[in-house]
Design a protein around this ligand. Structure first.
Ligand SMILES: Nc1ncnc2c1ncn2[C@@H]1O[C@H](COP(=O)(O)OP(=O)(O)OP(=O)(O)O)[C@@H](O)[C@H]1O
Length: 233
């Protein structure tokens, strides 16, 4: 399977400008690749830098050094140097992110929240909403909630709306940030199945998953990020 994502010598530290410029080194010389159809899980203790690596791949955090190369069709793009506008278009078509928290939009129904990324990729509104309903149903979100805005939903219901939104569209690269945290066993199994379906479609995934069971079921490889620890300056 072709390489979809390649991190080469990536390093990151934070400079705390309001604390006298204290530098917090996080990771250095991060190097790994992810093939199409593969799910790589980042391991290591709290504070090791797993989320920071995921956020650099999604462009939320800038890398201080190194390259993050993404294959888009015949092109190879270095996200580490991508313009913000380029990054936004990559997020629409190439890199998806499933987090555990839903950002609710006032007055937009759950089914429209879920359908939006698919419609943004060119699907008709009807196809978007039909696909959204199918996913909400698989994730056991009660039908009576589908046409309501999720702001008043329970934490678990909002999380499942968010998962449906994260999995609905096709992205060649998908980042999973604790997608199963606080889900019950039945819904965890649905997420495992959704990840398997993405693998079958050749999606390259990088995940953070603390749940041992889920991790064992979906991880093709576990990369311990403590190997990339940056020493204190
Ligand atoms: N925006 C930020 N500003 C300053 N320091 C940060 C920032 N984000 C992360 N850090 C620091 O970087 C280090 C790595 O954090 P990160 O969240 O990447 O770890 P993690 O392995 O994902 O941890 P956890 O498993 O607890 O979520 C921590 O010491 C954290 O305090």
């Amino acid at each position: 399977m072709p390489v979809r994502l390649y991190l080469n010598n990536v390093g990151k530290s934070f400079t705390m400008h309001l604390q006298g410029g204290t530098v917090i080194p996080v990771v250095k010389q991060v190097e790994f690749s992810v093939n199409a159809g593969e799910c790589v899980v980042l391991g290591g203790p709290s504070g090791a830098g797993k989320s920071s690596i995921l956020k650099m791949i999604y462009g939320n955090y800038r890398c201080d050094e190194g390259q993050i190369l993404v294959t888009v069709g015949d092109e190879i793009i270095n996200i580490a140097g991508a313009e913000p506008r380029r990054m936004l278009s990559l997020r629409e078509a190439t890199i998806g992110y499933v987090s555990q928290f839903l950002r609710t939009i006032p007055r937009v129904s759950a089914e429209d929240v879920v359908a939006e990324p698919l419609i943004a990729q060119g699907a008709s509104e009807a196809e978007g909403v039909d696909t959204a309903r199918a996913l909400l149903s698989r994730l056991n979100v009660p039908e009576r909630l589908w046409t309501l805005p999720p702001a008043t939903f329970s934490g678990g219901e909002q999380q499942r709306v968010n998962i449906a939104r994260g999995f609905i569209a096709h992205y060649p690269i998908l980042l999973l940030d604790e997608p199963t945290a606080s889900l019950d066993a039945a819904n965890r199994a649905v997420v495992v199945r959704l990840v398997e379906e993405k693998k079958e479609k050749g999606v390259a995934m990088v995940g953070i998953l603390h749940d041992q069971d889920v991790r064992e079921q979906i991880a093709d490889r576990i990369i311990d990020v403590t190997g990339f620890a940056a020493e204190a300056a």
